[in-house]
Write a protein that binds this ligand. Structure first.
Ligand code: SF4
Length: 769
């Protein structure tokens, strides 16, 4: 069996030594890198070859990659690197790595074309100045071959170990048995959908009820498919850390139960959670865990892989033992792990690490994304950015010379934004050219200054301004009908209003499409994904995505669902609805004392009803969600739901308690949902509605109805968690009678209409939502 390795990985593994050095070097994005490469190769003459696919073997090793460019007339192979900043400050180990790559490509080309000698050139293209700096060396094919073989020999022991691991892992996964005695109802169906998706190379959208054990079912199925589909890795992505824990527990169960003992599991955590020296910078002169990082990495890597299960705690232990940074150790381990568990952003974000690694190493991966109803909102945030006049002010005040002049120009150019906003009808349609030009010039000026600054001497405010402007410009470059511009003005310290402009993404599909294409298969799953077309359109999923709606394992008699007529929770009717809602809750509580959750569309509405409830029923214990609760306060809220307890917890729909909490048995006996969860009608949502109507012909549904009802079903889903649970859900609003709304409720619910005289107007006729 052969072991395939990219030139890049081979070199990083064998030639990277010394410090981790992430000192301020404005690194180009993948897009900028590609554009830079094209710029350089576009300057070359006729006959110049680009992207030359090369391959070489050494024992069981297959080394492959694409050389950037080759000029046959000059017999010169070029390794092109795009960068920003002063090249003389480039750490020596970075340059050494680039030479190693050039030499490996050099040998592969000599071998392919029968060349006896070759010029190798490292071409550094500065994105700011558009200038090239080139270093050239001449090497004989013999010398290049010796270099190649030395690197391969160094890597071979590792490759053989990896091959043995892969063989053993795949044997175990092919024989993998479900780690519980039997599938629960629905689990098999879900697992089969994931497996079929992997086998057919398709994406899957799977709606499956809470409580069936989705985590283990999906993980099991994707791992089981790995050997036959040649999957190198499985990524399990979550919206929240609670989901990550569940995935890690499922993986531990597979390992410890002996089902997949060789599986290498890795948890990725955010830098601010993993960093051991938050007061330091990530380079050897500042942080002891960055100093000599690559010298100690091999031992740490081997130690980590020997453990197999590397959650954040285990990573920290290994990192401490070898005195390396745990955050960057995790990134290194991701190359060798089989199952990586982390946040959505590691795959879907603009500069997502797992996505970049997958593309660079040509891995075949299977991706699972849990609680996927969150992905639309999360992805919108990933592809949105704000830039504020006030936020740039500290950098302007502390700067001098060319940077000050450039930031002064940015300051003046804000007027063009305000003017364009004032002149147009409705929202700004495009960023004014003077504003964008001023931002670009400021970015270039800061780059020049920072590149000349002594290492570590960079001004924090200036760096922040730089990154803010750069992030904003990157989104500005890809601005299109998927996003809108929002301009706001706020007074600052009593002075003239400061302007903020935001690029707000509305439709993340164009950004996410390549993410689905890059994986062998992606399964998005959640208890609330209905209707599938919504997720497919908004996320840019392929047209051949398979849809699975797993039947609920719960019996209709376990959950009484009552749709309350006669009470409107629309904004103008809220005042009048407080008393009837309070009476309804109290009545149910009297009929069946126990723990209840009551959900409202906003804190204002919640406070209105709580006040009424406490006034009219002071004897019933209540506790409420408040704005900005910390982790401890959230735990205290949940802790009130004790078995056998009695009281009402008031919460907002779509908040911390509307999903992801598990109150089994009589810890929760019922829920009241006093809203359809429809997002607020405001200019942004109205604009979103118009865009979605134009794009998909479903403006109202995609903006208001579907996101709202997903929250309702999530909240109601807190009541029944096991086969033994029984409970009641009140859906309070006239509009729950509508067929279009009913269609979005779980099909196993048997909804009974009940009448309450409630709205002050006394009418129960449905109005436009
Ligand atoms: S420990 Fe913190 S400061 Fe040090 S290298 Fe790691 S992330 Fe950077």
């Amino acid at each position: 069996m052969q072991y395939s390795v990219s030139v890049r990985t081979l070199c990083e593994f064998t030639a990277k030594r010394g410090d981790l050095d992430l000192r301020f070097t404005p690194s180009p994005t993948a897009l900028e890198g590609m554009a830079g490469h094209q710029h350089v190769t576009g300057r070359r003459g006729a006959g110049y070859e680009t992207e030359i696919g090369l391959r070489g073997e050494f024992g069981p090793l297959v080394v492959r990659g694409r050389a950037d460019g080759y000029d046959p007339a000059l017999r010169r192979l070029e390794e092109i690197k795009t960068r920003r900043g002063d090249l003389s400050r480039q750490p020596a180990n970075h340059r050494a790595l680039h030479w190693a790559q050039a030499k490996i490509y050099g040998w592969l080309l000599c071998q392919a074309r029968g060349l006896a000698e070759l010029d190798l050139a490292l071409v550094y293209f500065d994105l700011g100045t558009q200038e090239e700096t080139t270093f050239v060396e001449t090497h004989s094919a013999q010398a290049l071959r010796a270099f190649f073989e030395a690197r391969c020999t160094e890597f071979l022991a590792w490759a053989e170990q990896e091959l043995a691991h892969r063989n053993g892992r795949d044997r175990a996964l092919a024989a993998l048995a479900f780690p519980h005695q039997a599938f629960r109802a629905g689990q098999r169906e879900l697992a089969e959908a994931v497996y079929r998706g992997a086998a057919g190379g398709r994406c899957v959208l799977a709606q499956a009820p809470t409580g069936i054990g989705k985590t283990i079912a999906t993980t099991f199925a994707m791992l089981k498919a790995a050997p036959s589909q040649g999957l190198d890795k499985v990524f399990y992505l979550t919206a929240k850390s609670t989901g990550r824990r569940m995935a890690l527990d499922a993986a531990a169960r597979l390992q410890e139960g002996g089902f997949a003992p060789r599986l290498r599991v890795l948890e990725l955590t955010a830098r601010d959670k993993a960093c051991e020296h938050p007061d330091k910078a990530c380079h050897g002169e500042s942080c002891p865990l960055a100093r000599g990082f690559y010298d100690r990495l091999p031992a740490a890597r081997a130690d980590g892989l020997a453990r197999g299960f590397m959650d954040a705690a285990a990573l920290r232990q290994v990192a401490r033992r070898h005195a390396v940074c745990p955050y960057y150790l995790a990134q290194e381990q991701a190359r060798w792990a089989d199952l990586v568990v982390g946040d959505y952003n590691y795959w879907f974000d603009g500069s997502a690490m797992l996505y970049t690694m997958t593309a660079g190493n040509e891995w075949r991966v299977g991706v699972l994304a849990d609680e996927a109803h969150n992905l639309v909102e999360r992805a919108r945030a990933m592809y949105s950015a704000s830039l504020g006049q006030a936020a740039l002010q500290p950098a302007r005040e502390s700067s001098a010379g060319d940077v000050r002049k450039a930031l002064d120009k940015v300051q003046r150019s804000w007027s063009s934004v305000r003017k364009a906003q004032a002149q147009g009808e409705g929202p700004l349609q495009a960023l004014p050219a003077p504003f964008v030009t001023a931002l670009r010039k400021a970015v270039a000026a800061i780059e020049t200054q920072l590149a000349q600054a002594a290492p570590g001497a960079a001004d924090t405010a200036l760096q922040q301004a730089y990154f803010d402007m750069l992030g904003f410009l990157r989104l500005a470059d890809s601005f299109g009908s998927h996003s809108v511009l929002e301009v706001t003005q706020e007074p600052v310290r009593g002075r003239r209003a400061a302007t903020t402009v935001r690029i707000q993404n509305l439709i993340p599909a164009p950004f996410l499409k390549p993410r689905f294409a890059a994986a062998r298969t992606v399964t998005l799953f959640s208890a609330t994904l209905n209707p599938p077309r919504y997720a497919m359109d908004m996320l840019g999923m392929p047209e051949n995505t398979a849809w699975t709606d797993v039947a609920s394992p719960f019996r209709p008699e376990q959950l009484q669902v009552r749709a309350v007529r006669g009470i409107s929770t629309r904004y103008p009717d809220r005042q009048g609805s407080a008393a009837p809602i309070a009476a309804l809750i109290a009545e149910q509580f009297a009929a069946q004392p126990g723990n209840y959750l009551a959900f409202f569309s906003s804190f204002d509405y919640l406070e209105l009803v709580v006040a009424e409830f406490r006034r009219s029923h002071p004897d019933i214990p209540t506790w409420t969600q408040v704005r900005g609760m910390n982790e401890g306060q959230r735990s205290d809220f949940i802790a009130r739901f004790v078995p056998g307890g009695a009281g009402v917890g008031f919460a907002v729909l779509g908040g911390s308690f509307g999903e992801g909490i598990d109150l089994r048995g009589d810890r929760l006996v019922g829920a009241f949902v006093a809203t359809l969860g429809l997002p607020q009608v405001n200019p942004r949502n109205e604009q979103l509605k118009a865009r979605l109507e134009a794009a998909f012909g479903a403006g109202y549904d995609y903006t208001y109805l579907y996101p709202g009802l997903q929250k309702v079903v999530q909240a109601a889903g807190r009541v029944i968690r096991t086969h033994e649970d029984r409970g009641i859900v009140y859906l309070i609003d006239d509009r729950f009678q509508r067929p279009a709304v009913r269609d979005l409720l779980p099909s196993w619910w048997q909804v009974t209409p009940v009448w309450r005289a409630g709205r002050s107007a006394g009418s129960c006729e449905p109005r436009a939502a």
